[in-house]
Design a binder for this molecule. Structure first.
Ligand SMILES: C[S@@+](CC[C@H](N)C(=O)[O-])C[C@H]1O[C@@H](n2cnc3c(N)ncnc32)[C@H](O)[C@@H]1O
Ligand code: SF4
Length: 470
C-alpha cells in the first residue's frame, strides 16, 4: 500500500497509474509526498517518504517545451521519471516499461527520434533506457516494431474507414467492449443495420464528393459475422471504396461457414480475424465462448489461402498455466496465419472476470508467457508490427501484433500511431481528423450504446455531416 500525496491535483490520475503498478508488485507499506515547482528555468521535484527517517530526494529537469499543452505533457513525464526512480529505490522493483504508463510507446519512440535535440542529442533507445527506465528487452521490442512498421506508415495522407458492429454470439468473460449477446439482443440487429446503412450512405457521399483516397476499410466489433450473411452483405455493399486492405473481424469461429466466406470474398474482403484466444477447450468453456477448439480448425480451413488471416491469443487467461499458453502459441504458429496478435489479459470494469474479482495472475508467469511468444514468433518468420498497452494488464505488459513479411495490417498501425484521418460509422465509432501540419487530431464521437445510437441516428448524421464539411 502506497500512501500517495502530491502538492497539486493536475496530474494525479496519471501519476496514480504508476503508483498502482508498484503496488501490484510489492507488499511494502510506505508514504510518498511529492512537491514540484519551476525555479530559475528548471522544473524541480522533491519527494519525501516515511520509509527512512528524513528521506528526501531532489530532481531537476530542463524546461524544454513550448505552449501549455506541451508543458503539461513534459511536466507529467518528468514527474513520472522522478517518482519511478524514487519508488524503484525504495521498493527494489523494476517495471518492464519503467515509468511509461501511456499506451503507445512506439509513438513516443518516433517523436524522440524526430527531435533528438530536445533530448540532448541522444537516441530514442538511450532515452527510453536511461530516463524512462524501460528494460532492454522492451526497448528492443519497441524499436523493432518501429522499424518493421516504417514502410507501412501512411505517408500519403490517405484515409481509413472504420465500421463498428456491436453484436456477439455470447459475451466472453474477459470482455469489456461494447458488445451485445445475440441470444438476448437479436431484435436490435435489424434497426441497427438500417441506421448503419443510412450512415454509410452519407459517409460514401462524403468520400466521393471530396474524392478522398481510402487505404483501409476495417469492419470490427463485436463480431460482425454474427449478424448473418444477409445483414452483413448489406453493410459491406456500402464499403466499396477501392481500399488496398479490407478487413472483417470474424472473431468467433462459430460464426463462419462456407456461405459467409463466399459472401466476404464476393464483396472484396482481403483479411479476416479468426480468433482462438486459446487452443484449450477447458479455457474456452470458462470464458463462455461457446465453441470448441475443433471449430477454430474448421473456420480456419474455410478461409486459409482465400484471405489473409489474423489470430488473436491472450496470455494469462483464467486457469491457464505457462504450458497451456505455450501450446496455444505453438498451435497458432503451426497453422501459419499471416498475422498473430498476442494480448496480455487486462481486467476492466464491464467484464465478468473483473466482477468475479479474478486477480489476473502473477508477474513472473505473465512475463514468461509474453517472452515466449516473442521468441517463438520472431524465430518462426513473424515480426512485431504494432503494439499497445492497456491499463490493468497482468504484469503491466503489452499487446503485440505480429505479421509475416509484407502482411502487416495497415489499419492497426494507423490507429496506434495516430497519423491517419478515420471516417467511422456505427455505435461507439469515433471519427478522427488528423492535421499533420498542426500535429492535431479532432474527433467526432457517435453514441456508444447501440440502443442510443439507433435512437439518435438523425442527430449523429447531422453532426457527422458538419464534422466532414471542410
Ligand atoms: C476488440 S476485441 C474484438 C475481436 C473479436 N470480437 C473477438 O473477440 O474475437 C480484439 C481482441 O482483443 C483481445 N481482448 C479483448 N478483451 C481483452 C482482455 N480483457 N484482455 C486481453 N485481451 C483482450 C482479444 O484477443 C480480442 O480478440
Ligand atoms: S467475441 Fe470479442 S467483442 Fe465479443 S464478447 Fe468476445 S471478446 Fe468481446
Amino acid at each position: 500500500m502506497i500512501d500517495f500525496c502530491v502538492c497539486r491535483d493536475e496530474y494525479t490520475g496519471d501519476l496514480m497509474e504508476l503508483i498502482r503498478l508498484f503496488e501490484s508488485r510489492t507488499n511494502e507499506s510506505l508514504s510518498l509526498d511529492v512537491n514540484y515547482f519551476t525555479e530559475g528555468g528548471v522544473f524541480k521535484v522533491e519527494i519525501s517518504s516515511d520509509k527512512f527517517d528524513g528521506f528526501k530526494k531532489h530532481y531537476a529537469f530542463p524546461i524544454s517545451y513550448d505552449g501549455a499543452l506541451e508543458r503539461k505533457r513534459v511536466e507529467k513525464r518528468y514527474l513520472k521519471v522522478a517518482i519511478y526512480r524514487t519508488l524503484g529505490f525504495l521498493t527494489g522493483v523494476d517495471l518492464p516499461y519503467g515509468c511509461l504508463t501511456g499506451i503507445r510507446p512506439t509513438k513516443l519512440f518516433c517523436e524522440i527520434e524526430a527531435s533528438p535535440a530536445k533530448y540532448g542529442g541522444r537516441s530514442a533507445r538511450e532515452v527510453f533506457g536511461e530516463d524512462y527506465g524501460v528494460s532492454p528487452a522492451k526497448v528492443e521490442l519497441i524499436e523493432r516494431t518501429v522499424r518493421v512498421q516504417a514502410p507501412y506508415r501512411n505517408i500519403k495522407g490517405e484515409y481509413d474507414v472504420f465500421v463498428f458492429i456491436p453484436f456477439c454470439p455470447t459475451r466472453c468473460a474477459y470482455c469489456s467492449f461494447v458488445s451485445l449477446p445475440l441470444n438476448k439482443q437479436q431484435k436490435l440487429v435489424a434497426p441497427y443495420v438500417e441506421c448503419l446503412e443510412r450512415e454509410l450512405a452519407q459517409l460514401g457521399k462524403t468520400i466521393r464528393a471530396k474524392d478522398l483516397p481510402i487505404r483501409s476499410v476495417y469492419v470490427g466489433g463485436g463480431t460482425p459475422t454474427s449478424i448473418g450473411v444477409d445483414n452483413l452483405a448489406r453493410v459491406l455493399d456500402l464499403l466499396d471504396f477501392g481500399a488496398q486492405e479490407f478487413t472483417v473481424e470474424a472473431g468467433r469461429p462459430d460464426t463462419i461457414d462456407k456461405a459467409m466466406v463466399d459472401m466476404l470474398l464476393s464483396k472484396g474482403v482481403t483479411r479476416v480475424s479468426v480468433n482462438p484466444q486459446s487452443f484449450c477447450d477447458r479455457t474456452l468453456q470458462i470464458l463462455g465462448r461457446q465453441h470448441r477448439v475443433s471449430d477454430i480448425y474448421g473456420a480456419y480451413a474455410l478461409v486459409k489461402g482465400k484471405m489473409d488471416v489474423n489470430m488473436d491469443l491472450i496470455a494469462m487467461l483464467p486457469g491457464e498455466s505457462f504450458e497451456d499458453f505455450k501450446r496455444s502459441v505453438d498451435t497458432a504458429v503451426m497453422l501459419s496465419p499471416e498475422n498473430i496478435t498476442v494480448h496480455t489479459l487486462y481486467l476492466k470494469k464491464g467484464s465478468a472476470l473483473k466482477l468475479e474479482n479474478y486477480g489476473g495472475g502473477d508477474f513472473d508467469t505473465a512475463s514468461r508467457m509474453v517472452d515466449y511468444a516473442y521468441k517463438k514468433l520472431t524465430d518462426s518468420g513473424y515480426q512485431p508490427y504494432y503494439m499497445y498497452r492497456q491499463k490493468y494488464t497482468s504484469g503491466n505488459l503489452e499487446n503485440v501484433g505480429y505479421a509475416k513479411q509484407g502482411k502487416a495490417c495497415l489499419y492497426n498501425i494507423d490507429i496506434m500511431e495516430e497519423d491517419t484521418s478515420i471516417l467511422a460509422a456505427g455505435a461507439n465509432a469515433i471519427s478522427k481528423k488528423w492535421e499533420s501540419d498542426r500535429n492535431l487530431i479532432t474527433r467526432c464521437a457517435n453514441y456508444k450504446e447501440p440502443l442510443e445510437y439507433v435512437k439518435h441516428i438523425d442527430m449523429m448524421l447531422a453532426r457527422q455531416a458538419e464534422f466532414w464539411k471542410n
